[in-house]
Design a protein. Structure first.
Length: 206
């Protein structure tokens, strides 16, 4: 589970970063150090969730590596200079709310404590409406994950325990009526019922 989550975080970060060309007018990345020093460059790699060091490539092609323990904050930017993401570090581990942004607003929030996800991860639609809430405890999903329609109506509730689906699952039509009700046990569905938009139970053979 840990490896899958790390792979997801890496792919997410690089999908955002690699889709955006570097502009000569603004830095791609800015590192803030605990000493107060600030370094700007084109890229930060490897992704600091995996390595204990962070390398910065300068616009002239040179590269400098720093211990992650000396870093207090990493910022990434769009080519127009607008902030794309910001991450905070303490003693070489992520600490606090990591944020990523659309060009015109907030996109996601990732709460870290001691380098591990602890709290509710939040994703937003571009209009600022909440899209997804994922509860984490000790780096694993734990609690009720909630997904929303862009209208704000609740779309789905999924129960997790120690990173695995466990407990009630509910999927809703946008009008608020139940579409699917299920129960998970250690990742497996042990009971499920489906309903049409009028609230009528759909027979299992349909």
């Amino acid at each position: 589970m840990r490896k899958k989550k790390i792979a997801f975080l890496i792919s997410l970060a690089w999908a955002i970063q690699l889709s955006l060309p570097v502009s000569a007018d603004s830095p791609d990345t800015r590192l803030h150090f605990t000493s107060g020093e600030v370094v700007e460059g084109e890229k930060v790699y490897p992704y600091p969730e995996v390595e204990e060091t962070v390398a910065v490539k300068q616009t002239d092609g040179t590269e400098q590596t720093y211990p992650l323990a000396t870093v207090a904050k990493i910022e990434r930017f769009y080519t127009n200079g607008d902030l794309m993401s910001e991450s905070y570090f303490q003693n070489g581990k992520k600490e606090g709310i990591e944020k990523a942004y659309y060009k015109d607003g907030k996109w996601s929030e990732w709460p870290f404590r001691g380098g591990k996800l602890e709290g509710t991860v939040k994703f937003y639609f571009q209009n600022g409406q909440i899209k997804l809430e994922q509860p984490f405890k000790n780096d694993e999903k734990d609690g009720v994950e909630k997904e929303y329609y862009q209208s704000g109506a609740l779309e789905r509730e999924t129960s997790y325990k120690n990173g695995t689906e466990d407990g009630p699952f509910r999927y809703y039509y946008e009008n608020g009526k139940l579409k699917t009700v299920a129960t998970y046990q250690n990742g497996d569905v042990i009971h499920q019922e489906r309903y049409d938009e009028a609230g009528n139970l759909i027979p299992r053979n349909q």
